[in-house]
Design a protein around this ligand. Structure first.
Ligand code: 1HE
Length: 265
């Protein structure tokens, strides 16, 4: 597909309290060009301003085939560095922004597509999803934050295996490796991701903010600094009116209990 000023490379819709963002370049398997990075950025900022949680999915059978290799092959060294840094800034806005994101993964979740998924907070795959890091075969390297985020998700040894061998993993294997936390039947990833996002949108806003912003920072800290920071964030959360209302509601038996899996009370 030629770049077309009238084409929406990223779709955006509001569904109640959540935003649903769709990569919309199915003819190129949702490969991410510079223009699409900017469209993702605009959608992510808009979602952060008006929604309480968001979903990112791919139109067509594939979530995302990664970096647009045709555009990338024309870049100079400095353009490639700046391009990678731009991906970092945009994916950071997802990972450490103001609302939680869920990705719905189908078909190819490859290279930069896996890096995008790794910047979201919850990953839902369906059984069509497959995962690969073919940078070794292409003679390039991850540049969208994968060496930090994918490495933390599945571990540097498994990530190194994927990059060195180009092996392709199915959704069940990726779940065992920790790269996704839900595997749904074919065609059900988006619906499940939307219901997970609605569930997250019901949480206290401050707690969601703390989860997405404190957890990655605490994992960068020493254990001692992390535990201290945890106590500070924990005490701050308790001071919010939202926490006071929610704790009172539980004590007055007006709030839902935690229900055991399969339980009905
Ligand atoms: C693309 C891209 C792309 C497809 N950049 N154009 N990513 C990869 O190495 C994955 C490369 N893609 C594939 O292996 C396959 O396309 C898929 C497994 C994803 C899908 O296969 P299939 O048979 O459904 O589609 P296709 O026929 O291969 O592709 C359809 C079109 O999309 C075709 O263009 P056309 O003009 O011939 O129709 C493909 O060229 C085009 N296309 N993928 C550009 N990635 C920040 S650093 C991140 C580093 C990376 O992401 S490295 C991994 C890159």
């Amino acid at each position: 597909m030629k770049a077309d000023a009238t084409h929406d490379f990223v779709t955006y819709r509001i569904d109640g309290e959540i935003a649903v963002i769709g990569l919309n370049r199915a003819a190129k398997r949702n490969a991410i060009s510079d223009r699409i990075v900017e469209a993702i950025h605009a959608a992510v900022l808009r979602a952060g301003a008006e929604a309480k949680a968001a979903v990112i999915h791919g139109h067509g059978p594939h979530f995302c085939a990664g970096l647009d290799l045709s555009e990338h092959s024309e870049k100079s060294l400095i353009e490639a560095v700046k391009g990678s840094r731009r991906w970092h800034a945009v994916f950071d806005e997802i990972e450490r922004g103001s609302i939680p994101f869920v990705s719905a993964l189908t078909g190819a979740t490859v290279g930069g597509g896996f890096e995008l998924a790794a910047s979201t907070h919850v990953r839902v795959a369906d059984t069509t999803a497959f995962f690969a890091l073919p940078e070794g075969q292409r003679g390039i390297f991850v540049g969208g934050g994968g060496s930090v985020r994918i490495s933390r998700l599945i571990g540097p040894a498994r990530m190194g295996d994927m990059m060195l061998t180009g092996r392709v993993l199915d959704a069940d294997t990726m779940e065992r490796w920790g790269g996704v936390t839900y595997v749904e039947a074919e065609g059900d990833a988006l619906e499940r991701a939307i219901s997970v996002a609605h569930r997250m949108a019901e949480n206290a806003e401050f707690t969601n903010y703390a989860i997405i912003n404190a957890l990655p920072r605490i994992s960068d800290m020493s254990a001692d600094d992390g535990l201290f920071t945890e106590s500070m964030v924990s005490a701050l959360a308790t001071m919010t009116d939202d926490a006071k209302d929610r704790l009172r509601a539980f004590l007055e038996k007006r709030a839902a209990k935690v229900v055991a899996p399969g339980g009905d009370a």
